[in-house]
Ligand binder design. Structure first.
Ligand SMILES: *[C@@H]1O[C@H](CO)[C@@H](O)[C@H](O)[C@H]1NC(C)=O
Ligand SMILES: *[C@@H]1O[C@H](CO)[C@@H](O)[C@H](O)[C@H]1NC(C)=O
Ligand SMILES: *[C@@H]1O[C@H](CO)[C@@H](O)[C@H](O)[C@H]1NC(C)=O
Length: 346
């Protein structure tokens, strides 16, 4: 066993021995390291293999990159590819470059709060399938479009508060975020929110809506009723109507039923029309059938009266005719009986 272990070592020694003939041992070692280094750099000059860290950021061996409050105006360059947590909060970054961000396919935690982000597109988070926490609070976002968060299938918590101009969130923005548990859109400029896709998210357990200028009309009826029915899901705070003036200051949960009644008056009108029409049909059918019944009764009465008169007057004629009928019928029955008997025997 000792020999088989040492034999590979001998084979390995051979090239070293060749090199040793021309160069002294230490130089050969450093040359080999240099070749290895150049080889790695040439084949994959990727940030993952550079042990570096972006300027003004602190990187640790837990794959956390911390760049908060460094007055950055651009997304940091040369992030380690294996980064799991990236904190770029409290800077003045105006744009999240999709290309650089999507290299970070192991990213789990991304804090972009308190920057100058104005826009996020469908491609921004295209490849971040492991991302579980995303913070976009305290930015200057204006609207959230369809599929903005589409590929984020692992997203558990999304904070998007304090964007003073954020007035519109597409109904299907969260359609594919099936793991989403906590969504906070407090203190934005939202007047309504279509909940058709939110209501279908299986894991959602907390939704922050406070501090928005909600317009409590038929467009927000579903939202108000949802807040009322699933009140436990909604975080504390001022979730109140801003418009119309007569509902201003009232809690969304309290106007839900009111809106339900008000917004379905049109339907009620048609319902009444329907009931009136049905009532009329039933009424006229009843009247007609009563008339028909009455007429039939009168006719029947007259008929039986006439019949009894006829029986009294034509008594003899009826007996003769009746006797003939019975004889003919009897003959027919006998014939049928005879024909069926052979069939029964077989
Ligand atoms: C936002 O970041 C700035 C520094 O860039 C800081 O002074 C300010 O307090 C931060 N605001 C919040 C709400 O964190
Ligand atoms: C909020 O939205 C309204 C229109 O709905 C707009 O007039 C107002 O300027 C917006 N506020 C901000 C801070 O953008
Ligand atoms: C909400 O969005 C869905 C899907 O886009 C749409 O079908 C529905 O009509 C919208 N509801 C309201 C009240 O706008």
């Amino acid at each position: 066993a000792g020999e088989s272990c040492s034999s590979p070592a001998r084979v390995h020694d051979a090239p070293g021995g060749i090199v040793m003939r021309f160069l002294p041992e230490p130089s050969a070692q450093s040359l080999r390291l240099l070749f290895l280094f150049l080889f790695v750099m040439g084949v994959a000059p990727s940030p993952a293999l550079t042990a570096g860290c972006p300027d003004r950021c602190v990187c640790d061996d837990q794959l956390v990159v911390q760049c908060a409050g460094q007055d950055l105006t651009l997304f940091p360059n040369d992030l380690p590819l294996a980064t799991r947590q990236l904190i770029i909060s409290n800077n003045r970054i105006g744009d999240l470059p999709a290309l650089q961000l999507n290299y970070l396919s192991d990213l789990v935690y991304l804090d972009c709060s308190n920057n100058s982000l104005t826009e996020i597109s469908e491609s921004t988070f295209g490849n971040l399938r492991k991302l579980a926490y995303l913070d976009l609070s305290f930015n200057t976002l204006l609207q959230i479009e369809d599929r903005t968060f589409g590929p984020l299938a692992s997203l558990v918590m999304l904070r998007m508060t304090d964007n003073p101009g954020l007035g519109e969130i597409h109904p299907d923005a969260f359609l594919e975020n099936i793991a989403l548990q906590v969504l906070d859109v407090s203190r934005n400029n939202l007047t309504s929110l279509n909940i058709s896709s939110l209501i279908a998210l299986p894991a959602l357990r907390s939704l922050g809506l406070s501090g928005n200028p909600w317009r409590c009309d038929c467009d927000t009826e579903d939202l108000c009723l949802w807040v009322k029915i699933e009140g436990f899901k909604f975080q504390e705070g001022q979730t109140v109507c801003y418009n119309p003036p007569e509902l201003a200051g009232q809690r969304l949960a309290d106007v839900g039923m009111q809106l339900r009644v008000d917004c379905h008056q049109g339907l009620g009108y048609w319902d009444y029309l329907f009931f009136i029409a049905i009532g009329f049909v039933i009424f006229s059918a009843g009247t007609v059938s009563a008339w028909v019944m009455g007429i039939l009764m009168v006719l029947y009465e007259r008929y039986t009266k006439r019949k009894s008169e006829e029986v009294d007057s034509d008594d003899e004629d009826q007996r003769g005719g009746g006797g003939g009928g019975v004889c003919g019928g009897g003959g027919g029955n006998q014939g049928n009986g005879d024909l069926s008997k052979p069939g029964m025997e077989v």
